[in-house]
Design a protein around this ligand. Structure first.
Ligand code: DAT
Ligand code: MG
Length: 140
């Protein structure tokens, strides 16, 4: 059975979307294996999480956004859950995310100069899922 790592990002928590997101996960039939709220997330943790993006010019704004408030993190399991959860999230950019996806229904288009706030994260491969689960839950 596949596992994936997900985050309800600070905007999702602030806007009261935790229940909505978890409802969709349960409706879809994925099993919630782990679930925690994390506050006071360090820059270092986000740097490791988004290591592939560290050199991008927009990276500092992503770090500021991801450390701006509490997040919900968790592990889901299910058949083909990695791609399935990515489909449920929708496209990265809110304006490209299809209606019916979490981002399509809830992410707000960024104003000029703003970071993309797109409510949720999901691992993009089996390798990323393993790495991210170990990074966020490794010592717990
Ligand atoms: P995803 O979250 O869909 O896996 P990603 O891993 O490429 O997308 O990027 C991680 C986050 O970084 C994404 O959710 C929003 C932000 N981001 C990505 N590309 C961006 C860009 N070109 N400008 C601003 N923010 C971006
Ligand atoms: Mg990604």
């Amino acid at each position: 059975m596949e596992q994936t790592f997900f985050i309800i990002k600070p905007d999702g928590v602030k806007r009261g979307l935790v229940g909505e997101v978890l409802k969709r996960v349960e409706q879809r039939g994925y099993k919630i294996e782990r679930l925690e709220m994390r506050t006071n997330i360090s820059n270092e943790l986000i740097d490791q999480h988004y290591e592939a993006l560290l050199t991008k010019d927009f990276y500092p704004s992503i770090r500021d956004y991801m450390t701006s408030g509490p997040v919900i993190i968790g592990v889901l399991s299910g058949s083909q859950v990695i791609s399935g959860w990515r489909h449920m999230m929708g496209a990265t950019r809110p304006e490209e995310a299809l209606p019916g996806t979490i981002r399509g229904d809830f992410a707000q288009a960024a104003e000029a100069g703003e970071t993309i706030r797109n409510v949720v994260h999901g691992s993009d491969s089996e390798e990323s899922a393993k790495r991210e689960i170990a990074l966020w839950f490794g010592n717990h």
